[in-house]
Ligand binder design. Structure first.
Ligand code: DX5
Ligand code: ZN
Length: 237
């Protein structure tokens, strides 16, 4: 079943302890931590120390999204800080295969991210080596941006690419996700939904999380029902 992966980018840092407690109580398993360097993207965010503090305080799976160039210079820092999954941008290095291999050898899971303007087919020769593909649905650098509609088509393309190559990495979509677009993303087979401001900037975070979660659950029930009918149909057909 698809999962909500909260992004901490737009969170109120002074309230972080409460926020993480709420996430844990809600059953959230992954946390998305955005790392920006002011070069690859025009913004700065967190560093390895931040990841380390969260690692020490809680038991979430830490999904570290590196928006830095060159990523090679930062891998050891985040591996040591306790990242479970490190995602690097295809656009951030000419040595993507080496970077992905390095992450995996270090014992972390490896993800590859692509910007909204990067063709999905460019993943063809690396996709079999990664655990996760992160499809950016906004231009990276800021929280609270508007979802880019073309992502739906790109998600479809990505699913088709995976099918044609016989691979099944987790598919994560990141940026601008909210109650309006989540359903369509689920229909198109997203696995991990990175959601920042729609949750952390909401007045009632718990309610917002429940609303988003119930959309996922309803979809899942619908899928199971469909599978059941198909099975019954097959046995009698
Ligand atoms: C953008 C980041 C996203 C962002 C998502 O560069 O990669 O993870 O925090 O936040 P929202 O949901 O606010 O777009
Ligand atoms: Zn991100």
């Amino acid at each position: 079943m698809a999962q909500i992966v909260p992004s901490l980018l737009s969170a109120d840092i002074l309230d972080l302890k409460n926020l993480l407690e709420e996430f844990r109580d809600f059953g959230i398993e992954w946390l998305h931590i955005d790392i920006m360097d002011g070069h690859f993207v025009p913004n700065l965010s967190f560093g390895p120390q931040f990841v380390e503090s969260i690692r020490e305080g809680d038991k979430f799976l830490l999904d570290v999204h590196l928006m830095v160039t060159p990523p090679e210079n930062f891998l050891d820092l985040f591996i040591k800080a306790g990242a479970d999954l490190i995602t690097v941008h295809l656009e951030s290095t000419p040595h993507i295969h080496r970077v992905i291999s390095y992450i995996k050898i270090s014992g972390c899971k490896a993800g590859i991210a692509i910007n909204p303007g990067t063709p999905v087919f460019l993943l063809e020769d690396i996709i079999k080596d990664v655990d996760l593909v992160l499809l950016m649905s906004v231009n990276p650098g800021f929280g609270g941006q508007e979802f880019i509609e073309n992502t739906f088509k790109r998600l479809k393309d990505l699913r088709e690419l995976c099918k044609s190559l016989g691979v099944s990495p987790l598919i994560e979509v990141d940026g601008g996700i909210n109650g309006e677009n989540i359903e369509k993303l689920l229909d198109l087979g997203v696995d991990m939904l990175v959601i920042g401001s729609a949750i952390t900037r909401s007045k009632d975070r718990r309610l917002r999380l429940s609303e988003l979660d119930s959309i996922i659950k309803k979809k899942q029930e619908g899928i199971l029902e469909l599978q059941f009918h198909k099975k019954v149909g097959e046995s009698y057909g």
